[in-house]
Design a protein around this ligand. Sequence first.
Ligand SMILES: Cc1cc2nc3c(=O)[nH]c(=O)nc-3n(C[C@H](O)[C@H](O)[C@H](O)COP(=O)(O)O)c2cc1C
Length: 220
Amino acid sequence: MSQPNRVSGVSAERLGVYDAIRLRRDVRAEYTGEPIDDDTLWRILDAAHRAPSVGNSQPWDFVVVREAATLRRFADHVAGKRTEFAAALPAERAATFAPIKIEGIVESGTGVVVTHDDRRGGPQVLGRASVPETGVYSTVLAIQNLWLAATAERIGVGWVSFYDPEFLSELVGLPAGIRPVAWLCVGPVREFQQVPDLERFGWRARRSLDEAVHRETFGG
Ligand SMILES: Cc1cc2nc3c(=O)[nH]c(=O)nc-3n(C[C@H](O)[C@H](O)[C@H](O)COP(=O)(O)O)c2cc1C
């Protein structure tokens, strides 16, 4: 790949896994406005659905949202949550936060609400007895599969978590016991940024791998 950060100008073939990991970004501002085509969307949902899961419980579901009115309603709700968050920040952080876009709900044209059902797999989920969170870890792995597969297709994904779960549950008609884990904005992009937005805008930088890797004990 001659221009690893650009979508245009690269070959049409899908990226390998390390390329996709390096290219992946949380996308907010770079959606083209064109909707993702159904075949591509199905391939990335298939990638999500192949994720590992505790006890093979497969506790996820995917609600694909494309109705303009629903996208607008969710975007308005998220705008309200953003205002609440900004109001709670000290002045200096509020100024840093102000130019940061936190969603591309309408522009992406497609939302994928990833949900979690803790009852999936029955009362004895093999492997979940000691660590109950392994259920939701599984759903998050499906999200990561989706994110990387989308990147390999040059499709952008942006994870939105500025919402009240009750609002989103009602918006997409989730039955009792099924909870939303993420709203993912999914759509074609002009380019992938090389540096995460939060780093570019001075909110928080990436840590080095040296800092994250420990030998034998955490203090080691
Ligand atoms: C659980 C989770 C929730 C997130 N929620 C939001 C969000 O509400 N709005 C947003 O703009 N980005 C959100 N992000 C994206 C992160 O800000 C982003 O992953 C991080 O800054 C690193 O950037 P990168 O994904 O481009 O490497 C979320 C990411 C995760 C994993």
